[in-house]
Design a protein. Structure first.
Length: 173
């Protein structure tokens, strides 16, 4: 698989697109695309619609192509077991971590049946993303918030959990 990495200018274009008003934000888009990359296979047209549905007025072929290349770059990074570069610090204090996790879980929930199926391991592997996305206000998570060491460790373990999810859904890749 050959990959043409995004240039700095192209990355800036994507960042400007997602960080302008009424969009999910660059960090959330990164989380979304990483979940698409590590999860079960889904057609580009399908996930592109999920990601850009609310942004139809300025949805151009250029931005779609750049986002498609970005997703391929994230998949390639996972496939080759390269270190992931996150758009946030993996610390509980970084609000962009919440945004990133919300984007990741949005992609998971868009294909919930395919993602979770009958696999309890996926539920375990996504607990930190659910926790930091603030999508679950269960008493267990509220109690966990008080354990600063456990919360910090959960954030720091996200890259390893991403690798495990990738291997779970792409064992022969």
């Amino acid at each position: 698989m050959s990959l043409i990495p995004l240039t700095t200018v192209e990355k800036s274009r994507i960042e400007l697109f997602f960080d302008s008003e009424e969009r999910i934000g660059y960090a959330a888009a990164h989380g979304f695309l990483l979940a698409i990359s590590v999860g079960p296979e889904v057609a580009v047209e399908e996930w592109m619609q999920w990601l850009l549905d609310d942004h139809a007025p300025d949805r151009t072929a250029e931005i779609e192509a750049l986002i498609g290349r970005w997703q391929k770059e994230l998949f390639w990074t996972c496939y080759h077991d390269e270190p992931l570069v996150f758009p946030c610090r993996l610390t509980p204090e970084d609000p962009l971590l919440n945004e990133w996790c919300a984007g990741f879980m949005e992609a998971v929930f868009c294909q919930e049946v395919r993602f979770f199926g009958e696999n309890a391991e996926v539920v375990e592997l996504t607990v930190p993303m659910v926790f930091f996305s603030n999508l679950d206000d269960s008493p267990e998570f509220k109690l966990l918030q008080k354990n600063r060491l456990a919360v910090r460790q959960m954030a720091e373990n996200i890259p390893e959990l991403i690798k495990e999810l990738f291997l779970l859904f792409h064992p022969g890749d």
